[in-house]
Design a protein around this ligand. Structure first.
Ligand code: HEM
Length: 315
């Protein structure tokens, strides 16, 4: 909610903290966990990709990175959903107040990390370094709240959306195996982006396609529509996992561009690489069910099987 120059100090503090982490070690740990989870789920005749893989893995991912214990999902998940619902309050005003309350409760929780910081991870770094900056405590705990929330919601939604694209598009697994991995993940983001809209405030009177936007006007940017702009992308409705160049806006642009992009791309590439490389029988067994959100796009449920057909019942 703040812009440069006020935003610059906290952005740099977090950016330095991101860079200070041993991302290689973190990633290897997560790769093991993803492999173990998939091996366990492969014993079932089918499972919910969202609830049993994408969401728990995203929570482990972001909390390992922060260096904090994972919150109890029974407490955290409903609060996280209330915050996401609040992003659509322009259409559903009743979603606003619960989101404000959830954000405050979550910021109180992340403030607790700063009061008693862990020894490692992003929180340890910023707790130690914040004193030498002019970042205010409320800005810091709210920014950590955003890292926790964005990391969990965006990553779990990306994993789910990408799994749907992979498992419902003919030939996608083979194409994924042969395409450069980062390019394939970029295309999955472009194709079905978890963040569909972003907000800005216009700083100077601007004429755009015959419409005047006045300084101070709020503007909603439809990133998901931009990602399917036929003037920018050939055959935008097709999933082309080797698409290059791919100037999608899935991570935003400019001063507020996503801080977690590189880690999210790597994790998603690894999970889908295991799926495409080690589970040739992976398939959807039911239509994906979407959550009723507009700003963030993602799934409620996606029933998947990793086993060959006709192998019997869930056990
Ligand atoms: C490790 C996981 C992630 C973390 C920790 C994270 C964190 C953040 C943070 C802190 C910001 C605000 C930056 C600022 O205002 O300076 C942000 C912005 C954003 N993130 Fe992420 N994010 C993650 C994953 C993702 C994923 C998977 C996507 C979608 C594919 C995504 C899309 C965005 C977008 C669209 C913005 C807004 C950019 C803008 O306003 O220009 N993020 N992210």
């Amino acid at each position: 909610m703040i812009d440069p120059p006020e935003h610059t100090a906290v952005r740099h503090l977090l950016l330095d903290g991101f860079r200070a982490q041993d991302r290689q070690a973190l990633h290897h740990g997560l790769e093991h966990q993803a492999r173990d989870m998939l091996a366990r789920l492969a014993r079932l005749s089918s499972f919910d990709f969202v609830g049993e893989l994408a969401e728990p893995l995203a929570l482990r991912f972001v909390t390992a990175f922060l260096g904090v214990p994972a919150p109890d999902p029974a407490w955290f998940v409903p609060m996280s959903r209330a915050i996401v619902d609040g992003m659509d309050a322009g259409l559903w005003p009743e979603k606003h107040e619960p989101a404000v309350a959830a954000r405050a409760e979550l910021a109180q929780f992340t403030g607790g990390w700063l009061a008693d910081p862990p020894e490692n991870g992003l929180v340890a770094h910023v707790a130690q370094e914040a004193a030498g900056t002019d970042v205010q405590p409320d800005v810091l705990r709210n920014s950590l709240r955003v890292v926790l929330h964005a990391g969990y919601e965006s990553v779990s939604r990306l994993l789910g959306n990408a799994a749907v694209a992979m498992l419902t598009t003919t030939g996608a697994a083979a194409a994924f195996r042969s395409a450069p991995r980062a390019a394939a993940v970029d295309e999955l983001i472009r194709y079905d982006a978890p963040v569909q809209a972003d907000a800005r405030v216009c700083v100077t009177d601007t004429e755009l396609a015959g419409v005047t936007v006045r300084a101070g006007d709020p503007v909603t940017l439809f990133l998901g529509a931009a990602n399917h702009d036929p003037l920018r992308f050939a055959h935008p409705t097709e999933l082309r996992l080797d698409r290059a160049p791919n100037p999608h806006l899935g991570f935003g642009r400019g001063a507020h561009a996503c801080l977690g992009a590189s880690m999210a791309i790597r994790l998603t590439g690894t999970v889908l690489g295991i799926l495409a490389g080690e589970y040739p029988d992976a398939r959807a067994v039911a239509e994906p069910e979407h959550r009723r959100n507009l700003t963030l796009r993602g799934l409620d449920r996606f029933e998947v099987s990793l086993r060959p057909r006709q192998t019997g019942r869930r056990n």
